[in-house]
Design a protein around this ligand. Structure first.
Ligand SMILES: Nc1ncnc2c1ncn2[C@@H]1O[C@H](COP(=O)(O)OP(=O)(O)OP(=O)(O)O)[C@@H](O)[C@H]1O
Ligand code: SF4
Ligand SMILES: [Mg+2]
Length: 517
């Protein structure tokens, strides 16, 4: 279903280790190498028992934690628009980076040769080192090829270096011009508003008219400048295309080109660069009460981000209208504007939390147990609201919950997590109709039935969840799995697409489902 859709976030090999004793190498492996794509406009539901790492994943993707390892690529903005510093650092050191790639590759090749000459038992010992070296070699290549593709193979890298530094320079100029434009637009809107008001009140308007004209002229000049930068930037792109053709004709060219991506590598952004992107990516919390400042009114809470991101200036009368508009979208009456969080019920507080998150018109929202603290009847209302807002504003959700029955309603796709890893992902209906992983099956069997005629009793999944500090070897679920065999205790199962768009990591995928394929 999702294959023709645009990827908004591409998460690969994401690790989040919280140190307990770093010197002794003791960590909570909260996320232990997670790879998923999240498509634009979908709700991706994330389920699993308490402590499996769902919140950590949501927060790591939003860069609220510095990820230990892996990549989080964001495609909601173009790289030119953000012009991140890491891109510049890469462009101006291409020659050095090509050396590094060669070095890492040589190191891997050498170790691989040694590895291949060993016995199976010895190989088992060396395997993790081999994987590590392959990863380092891959990372070195990807750091560069995601930005410039196969151009890293160009025979005259210094030319490529100079060209990309120029491209970056235009990107940065463009970003600066866009920032100025934002402020000039605010000034122009202010002036237009002041003029309209004066006209309505029958006051003198000459000075205000002149001010408006001046602001419009400034805006026009900035727009012209933006056009000029874009033209110059397009020229440099043409040059880079010419370079690309030269590389394509090289005999040694290989698949690197396909790594070229327009995404933004979130973990490599500076604090300020990420801060600007925050308006695109928001979080809705489980407990709306503790996350709402008790000393701020609803209006202030919802407007706070708008001020911080330059949507309005302080004391701008028009901001209130915008806040009220957002409140109405979230089912909050305008007269709540001056009330405080403690004056509301749980469901209404969650609406305030949602309004606050959506006030900045984000593209991606992590809903972390957003309805778990609410009564069942209120839960349905909030889920409906989230669903409605998603359709209207073309939002993308990462919807986190430990409750599989909640996630079934709202999710297009579902990912099942166990002890820091994804064990199965599939479209929502597919997952319920054909669970392939024993853990997913166990979660589904544990849902109490709502059918009064059914005699089926929910089956509780037995056994303690092992510690994420020292997880079981092989398949992490093997200590609780009723299908476990010897191989499960030794070998980590591979992540495989077993049915179309249905991925699972298990040595003994549930048989009856496999046969139907
Ligand atoms: N800041 C932190 N420092 C150390 N350990 C942490 C931190 N945050 C989470 N953990 C640990 O990481 C593991 C995953 O926690 P996380 O909160 O992501 O789980 P969860 O799936 O969201 O659980 P729940 O359903 O209870 O919310 C847990 O063992 C938790 O104790
Ligand atoms: S790999 Fe083995 S232990 Fe793990 S879920 Fe599959 S059958 Fe169970
Ligand atoms: Mg959580």
């Amino acid at each position: 279903m999702a294959n023709d859709k645009k990827v908004l976030l591409q998460i690969s090999g994401l690790k989040q280790y919280f140190p307990i004793n770093a010197r002794k190498n003791i960590y909570v492996r909260a996320n232990d190498g997670i790879s998923i794509d999240i498509y634009e406009g979908e709700a991706f539901g994330l389920v699993g028992e308490s402590g499996c790492g769902k919140s950590t994943l949501g927060r790591s993707v939003l860069q609220l934690y510095k990820q230990t390892d892996g990549r989080t690529m964001y495609f909601g903005r173009s790289i030119d628009e953000v012009a991140p510093k890491y891109a510049y650092d890469t462009f101006r050191t291409l020659t050095k980076r090509r050396e590094l790639i060669k070095e890492k590759q040589a190191k891997y090749d050498e170790f691989k040769k040694e590895y291949d000459s060993k016995s199976e038992k010895e190989q088992y010992e060396l395997h993790s080192r081999l994987v590590q070296l392959r990863k380092e070699a891959n990372d070195a290549i990807l750091d560069v090829t995601t930005l410039i593709g196969g151009l890293i193979l160009h025979p005259d890298l210094s030319k490529v270096e100079a060209l990309f530094c120029e491209i970056y320079k235009y990107g940065k100029e463009l970003r600066r011009a866009m920032d100025l434009r934002e402020l000039a637009q605010l000034d122009t809107d202010d002036a237009a508003f002041a003029l309209k008001k004066a006209e309505e009140e029958g006051k003198a308007t000459e000075g205000l008219k002149a001010k408006l004209e001046k602001n419009k002229a400034k805006l026009w000049a900035i727009d012209n400048n933006i056009e000029a930068i874009k033209r110059k930037s397009a020229e440099t792109y043409k040059k880079s295309e010419a370079f690309r053709k030269e590389v394509e004709n090289l005999p040694e060219n290989h698949e690197d080109e396909e790594h070229h991506s327009d995404g933004i590598d979130l973990a490599r952004l500076t604090y300020n660069e990420m801060r600007k992107l925050r308006s695109d990516m928001q979080l809705i919390f489980q407990d709306p009460y503790s996350s709402l400042n008790p000393r701020m009114t609803v209006g202030q809470i919802i407007g706070e981000g708008m001020l911080a991101h330059n949507y309005f200036r302080k004391n701008d009368e028009r901001m209130q209208n915008e806040v009220i508009r957002v409140m109405e979208e979230c089912g909050l009456a305008p007269y709540f504007l001056h009330r405080y969080p403690h004056q509301f019920s749980g469901g209404q507080r969650q609406r305030i939390g949602i309004a606050r998150s959506l006030a900045l018109r984000p593209k991606f929202v992590v809903c972390d147990e957003a309805v778990s603290a609410l009564d069942v009847s209120i839960q349905a209302q909030i889920i409906n609201l989230l669903q409605e807002l998603k359709e209207k504003q073309h939002l993308t959700y990462l919807f986190i919950t430990h409750d599989l029955s909640v996630v079934k309603f709202i999710s297009d796709r579902i990912g099942v997590m166990y002890l820091g890893n994804m064990v199965e992902t599939a479209a929502s209906e597919e997952l319920f109709a054909h669970p392939l992983h024993p853990y997913t099956e166990a979660l589904i069997n544990a849902i109490p039935t709502t059918d009064p005629d059914s005699s089926k009793q929910p089956e509780v999944l037995e056994g303690d969840i092992p510690s994420p500090v020292n997880p079981p070897k092989g398949c992490k679920f093997h200590t609780r799995c009723k299908y476990c065999t010897e191989i499960c205790t030794k070998v980590t199962p591979e992540w495989e697409e077993v049915r179309p768009n249905h991925f699972v990591a298990c040595h003994h995928i549930l048989e009856q489902n496999k046969k139907e394929i």
